[in-house]
Design a protein around this ligand. Structure first.
Ligand code: ADP
Length: 324
């Protein structure tokens, strides 16, 4: 099986957009690839969360991915900061990338406008390159916004391999096929924790789910030929988490012009609640026993670290550093 590496940052409570756009893919990919999934807590530092938030969100994301179906037995599932080789390799790699190349990263421009121009945010793509190169990743799942970063990682490989002996392989992008979920109250923007009323988090209770969906934007023309982005978004969520037959029935009703949006919303409320129930149950059970979660991450560390250590030693030797 080809090796695949991907991380998720603990920067917010996970929502249906994260699930349908990223986590669901993780769950599917674990059967086809040798998956290394990690909680990117060092990457989360680039926006300087409070210690309390970072600590909560790291546990939240670590437990939620498992609750959503990521299987730590079938993958290598670990915490980035548990493996110091990530940051060591990032330092080494930073000597093989130009300031100009980092300056071209569009995500830095967007993120630094919001979070300030810290150097961590600027060199983030180098740490990301280290994350994947350490494990000889053959494929890396990427959304549109990560394509540029992966290309930089590939350039880094070429630059390093040209300077020293061939050490790394160039990881290939696996374009993310996940849905892009839009804000329920404003379909022009992505569903996001930072837009109030836009998201259903995976921890929302029945009241919150009901309220958010009831307030979701639709349109005034259920019979229109072209489905509006707002209604399409509701259908995308229904398709992603619900029953296929129900989805097709409602879609046909839409096509016939007989669908009432209140009916679509009622169905969506029922399906979202039914979908979240078992996930929340597993999540709370996992967090009740903190030791068990730590133990799962420790098992992942034990699997990942020897590989990381071997790659780092290889890179150091290739550069003439003395390896004990
Ligand atoms: P990032 O800054 O890495 O995008 P986020 O927490 O915003 O961090 O997202 C984590 C993952 O969830 C990413 O893979 C991202 O593409 C995906 N994601 C976030 N919001 C949405 C959304 N509204 N629809 C689909 N995917 C999303």
């Amino acid at each position: 099986m080809k090796r695949l590496v991907s991380g998720i940052k603990p920067t917010g409570e996970l929502h249906l957009g994260n699930y349908l756009g990223a986590i669901k893919q993780f769950v599917d990919l674990q059967n086809d690839y040798d998956c290394f999934f990690f909680i990117a807590d060092y990457h989360a530092l680039t926006i300087r969360p409070t210690a309390k938030d970072l600590s909560y969100l790291t546990r939240h994301v670590a437990a939620m991915l498992i609750a959503c179906g990521v299987d730590p037995k079938n993958t290598t599932y670990f915490l980035q900061s548990d493996i110091s080789e990530h940051t060591e390799l990032a330092w080494i790699l930073s000597n093989f990338v130009s300031m100009g190349a980092l300056n071209r990263m569009t995500q830095y421009k967007e993120k630094s406008d919001r979070h300030g121009q810290n150097a961590g945010l600027f060199t983030y793509p180098v740490l990301m390159a280290a994350d994947v190169l350490l494990y000889d990743a053959e494929v890396v799942p990427v959304g549109d916004d990560q394509v540029q970063h992966l290309e930089l990682a590939r350039e880094l490989v070429r630059s390093f391999n040209a300077h020293a002996e061939k050490t790394f392989i160039e990881p290939k992008p696996l374009l993310n096929t996940g849905a892009r979920i839009m804000a329920l109250n404003d379909p022009k923007h992505k569903m996001s924790k930072s837009i109030p009323g836009s998201a259903i988090t995976l921890l929302d209770d029945e009241t919150a789910v009901t309220q958010t969906i009831k307030r979701a934007v639709t349109d005034s023309d259920p019979g229109a030929k072209e489905m509006s982005p707002a209604v399409k978004n509701l259908f995308t969520i229904l398709e992603g988490i619900g029953n296929r037959e129900t989805y097709l029935r409602l879609e046909n009703q839409y096509k016939d012009g007989t669908l009432r949006y209140s009916e679509l919303k009622e169905q969506l409320i029922d399906d979202v609640i039914a979908f979240l129930g078992p996930i929340q149950k597993t999540y709370h059970a996992l967090l009740k026993d903190e030791d068990a979660l730590v133990q799962i991450l420790e098992e992942g560390r034990k699997k990942a670290q020897p590989i990381a250590a071997e790659t780092l030693a290889k890179a150091k030797k290739a550069l003439g550093l003395i390896v004990g």
